[in-house]
Design a protein around this ligand. Structure first.
Ligand SMILES: [Zn+2]
Length: 269
């Protein structure tokens, strides 16, 4: 074989290897905590199903989604944890552009007029609007589920809109990730009393790293390896709170903050 031909074959093999690696990286199943400024948006991306939990405060979420989904314009499920703008305003931008099958919410968590208009527009669309509560689950694929832990219907009279945030956890293989919306310490206490046998690898910090959530008892009880805090720079409520961060550090929980504008990924093993 001529030297030139050999060279061409080697170049071709390298090209295809790079291509295979590139597509496998893109296909990696993962959870992405997206940096959307002052708000929350987390994407669970598996080969069979894509679930978005909250959509952040504005269109920033579109840029972050495009980084993960590339040209795929489909999101199977969206969970709205609660009716506050930093969690659902970005969803309107998403619904304009992406095909979405189902939206999950907690119907007894009452929001503002603009939230009601948004929910009514979903009801009039082709998207299924599904009311969820503790005990419900979504199956993503074999051994991968999203379980709903909170709220409990009928036992919510003392709680405000933040405290009625949907709390759910994603479990897949060895990975377990808890999403806590904007719950307070009072709800954390309830979860500890009900879910004694659960442990989590990763915790999406409650209420953007607030001092009124992320209690010592909650963090030590569920003992995650990492805590992810989603908040914007120069937050007017002083979030994330240094006290909450210090509690996590004292418990040797690694703190991943999105404040600097960089999303954080956890691969699903
Ligand atoms: Zn919030």
């Amino acid at each position: 074989m001529k030297k030139e031909k050999k060279y061409q074959i080697i170049v071709l093999i390298i090209f295809f290897l790079v291509l295979i690696i590139f597509f496998n990286i893109n296909k990696s199943e993962k959870v992405v905590f997206m940096a959307v400024g002052q708000g929350d948006a987390s994407l669970i991306y598996t080969k069979d199903r894509t679930i978005l939990i909250d959509g952040g405060p504005d269109w920033t979420v579109l840029l972050e989604l495009a980084k993960v989904l590339k040209y795929k314009m489909k999101i199977n499920d969206i969970v709205i944890t609660h009716p506050h703008s930093d969690h659902y305003f970005g969803l309107a931008e998403i619904l304009d552009r992406y095909e979405v099958d189902n939206i999950y919410y907690y119907g007894d968590n009452i929001g503002s007029d603009s939230y009601n208009i948004f929910i009514n527009s979903i009801k009039e669309s082709n998207i299924r609007l599904i009311n969820v509560e503790r005990g419900d689950k979504i199956s993503l694929r074999d051994n991968c589920y999203l379980y709903f832990l909170w709220p409990i219907k009928g036992k919510d009279k003392d709680f405000d809109a933040n405290e009625l945030s949907i709390v759910n956890y994603f479990t897949c293989g060895k990975q377990r990730i808890l999403f806590t919306g904007d719950i307070s310490g009072a709800v954390e206490k309830r979860l500890i009393s009900m879910d004694k046998n659960l442990e989590f690898e990763v915790l999406k910090s409650a209420h953007h790293g607030s001092n009124k959530s992320n209690s010592w008892d909650f963090l030590s009880f569920f003992s995650p390896k990492e805590i992810v805090i989603s908040a914007g720079k120069d937050n007017k409520h002083g979030l994330p709170s240094p006290e909450a961060i210090n509690r996590a550090k004292a418990l040797r929980i690694e703190v991943q903050s999105l404040v600097e504008g960089k999303s954080y990924e956890v691969l699903i093993n």
